[in-house]
Design a protein. Structure first.
Length: 577
């Protein structure tokens, strides 16, 4: 090859690297804009859930240090298998523990999110640009929009949901496995099948919601593909499985073995707690129209649509000031921006109904994928007390472990972006060639409609580190501790009811992991059956702790109350050798 083409290819490669790096930097600056503006004081989450998450991350650090059992932390003592009361954060725990070598818990938590956002960006770029081969422009756009997506950003108060960054990795492994198997490279296909099984097993131990949505969506896709291709008929399905039985068997066998830790942790707790209740789940389904596009009143482009709704709800029921947040805010702010929804609906109609993408026929795989993703969205809708999700809740294994069904919209963000790109690629290429200014304006609007004045970064490192570091460690003769008050002054946590449950329990479990001293306190998605440690200022709180200690044979129990001159005191009746 002559020098000129080589130089041209190198110039193109350098340009590609520059564009990708610029898009990545822009995405990270947008997503982390509040932590950066605060001088890295503010981290994702808030007083309750963020410290619970950091407690579990500290648990994994203690596991790697050899001072803690892998499935039980120092909280909820003396119960075992307590990891099963909440998400396991396994992959987070690995990354966080590495960051803890150079950072404190608060910064390590933020750096953990940065790591997964980085994985998600480059994995999404590779999925679109290399696996799907849709071009660099489409790959950069999908990676950027997915990384800064409004719903994923607003729900970063629940850090485990950012594990959705693993989705493009799972998709690439699945497609690589299918392609290798189709090409007769069975060894390569089986290696990828094992890799996918390992990823899904680890993901389940990290964030149950996002991993379960991935498995459920894959089953929906296979069902739609089978119906469209005729492979769903029993004879055809049997023949298909028989042709690829080796790879299928290897993949399922690997998954069956690798999922054992997850089952060991969670199945006993599922039997103990019964999972999420139906009534609790009904409050977190997706309201048609409103929740589907609910980006919150703080959204810079579409917030004006939702501010009046909040005001209307408050006007109708002024005696419940928290009602607008419960029915429109929080977990309900998981919808998609309006321009994205408009592009999605048109693209889905073209692909599924017209069966066309541009001037060519839409591949059956794309049609099945699009149909499956739209069906998944419809399943989450609630029509008063009726919802298709009730069938999923009752019939699909694992669905009873989900309460906040609206989080499915976070998972659907990447598939919806893929549908949009697939449906509009031809028109976008023409528009870019003929009217580049219009193309730039549309891209700018797609970015802008994901931005909001609301922020999930609410946890102040300075405030909480100062408060917790001022607490003296338990005396050496204390084997177990409980918390009455961990801070002299404590602002109201959301509501009176939640204030009695969260602050002292959350501080207690976090300090237990840092000190490596067991505590009876803790708070989680589920709590132990005889957990009665709410309302610590009630007159019977010490008596409740003492009864628990006697029931479980606990000795040398100490209580923490920082309001006293001597914060630590021995609980009467628990002295022992």
């Amino acid at each position: 090859m002559s020098p000129a083409p080589i130089r041209r290819r190198r110039k193109i490669a350098r340009h590609d690297v520059f564009v990708i790096a610029l898009a990545y930097l822009l995405a990270m600056l947008i997503f982390f804009r509040v932590p950066i503006a605060s001088g890295f004081d503010l981290g994702f989450g808030e007083r309750g859930d963020a410290l619970i998450e950091m407690t579990i991350l500290e648990h994994w650090r203690n596991v790697w240090s050899g001072v803690s059992s892998w499935n039980s932390g120092f909280y909820f003592h003396p119960y075992g298998g307590t990891l099963g009361y909440n998400d396991g954060y396994f992959l987070y725990g690995i990354v966080y523990s590495l960051w803890r070598l150079v950072a404190d818990p608060f910064h390590a938590d933020t750096l953990n999110i940065l790591t997964f956002k980085t994985i998600g960006f480059f994995a999404a770029y590779a999925l679109v640009g290399r696996t799907l081969r849709w071009g660099r422009g489409a790959a950069v756009l999908v990676a950027l929009l997915w990384t800064i997506a409004s719903n994923i950003h607003l729900q970063a108060v629940h850090a485990q949901l950012q594990s959705v960054a693993l989705l493009p990795l799972a998709m690439m492994l699945a497609m690589a496995c299918v392609r290798a198997e189709g090409a007769g490279r069975h060894g390569a296909a089986r290696v990828r099948a094992v890799g996918l099984a390992a990823l899904m097993a680890a993901w389940l131990m990290t964030s149950y919601y996002m991993a379960w949505f991935t498995i459920f969506s894959a089953c929906l896709f296979l069902l739609c593909w089978g119906v469209m291709t005729g492979q769903a008929r029993p004879a055809a399905a049997f023949a298909l499985v028989r042709r690829h039985v080796g790879t299928i068997a290897v993949g399922f066998a690997a998954f069956a073995v690798l999922i054992l830790p997850f089952l060991i942790v969670y199945l006993p707790k599922m039997r103990e707690t019964g999972g999420e209740g139906l009534e609790d789940m009904l409050g977190y389904l997706v309201t048609p129209v409103i929740d589907m596009v609910n980006v919150g009143p703080g959204n810079y482009i579409w917030g004006w649509l939702f501010a009046p709704l909040h005001a209307l709800v408050h006007h109708l029921l002024p005696d419940d000031p928290d009602l607008p947040r419960r029915v429109l805010g929080g977990e309900h702010e998981a919808g998609f921006p309006l321009l994205m929804v408009a592009l999605l609906l048109v693209a889905a109609w073209r692909i599924v109904v017209r069966k066309r993408v541009g001037q060519t026929e839409a591949p059956v795989t794309l049609r099945a994928f699009t149909l499956a993703m739209m069906v998944a969205w419809v399943l989450t809708l609630q029509f008063w007390y009726a919802s298709p999700w009730l069938l999923v809740f009752e019939l699909v294994p694992g669905a009873k472990g989900l309460r906040t069904v609206s989080r499915y919209q976070l998972w659907l963000t990447l598939p919806f972006l893929l549908v949009i790109v697939a449906g509009w690629r031809a028109q976008a290429a023409r528009l870019r060639a003929e009217r580049p200014a219009w193309t730039a304006a549309i891209v700018a609007l797609l970015v802008a409609e994901n931005l909001s004045a609301e922020t999930p970064a609410q946890l102040s490192r300075a405030v909480h580190r100062a408060a917790l570091s001022a607490i003296p460690r338990p005396p050496r003769d204390c084997r177990v501790f409980y918390v009455t008050a961990s801070r002299v002054t404590e602002p109201l946590y959301i509501s009176e009811e939640l204030h009695k449950l969260y602050p002292h329990n959350v501080d207690g479990m976090f300090l237990a992991e840092l000190w490596r001293v067991p505590t009876v306190n803790g708070f989680s998605t589920f709590n132990p059956p005889d957990w009665r440690f709410g309302d610590p200022l009630a007159a019977d709180y010490d008596a409740r702790v003492a009864a628990y200690a006697r029931r479980h044979g606990l000795r040398d129990v100490c209580g923490l109350d920082v309001r006293r001159a001597r914060p630590w005191a021995r609980l009467g009746g628990t002295s022992g050798a």
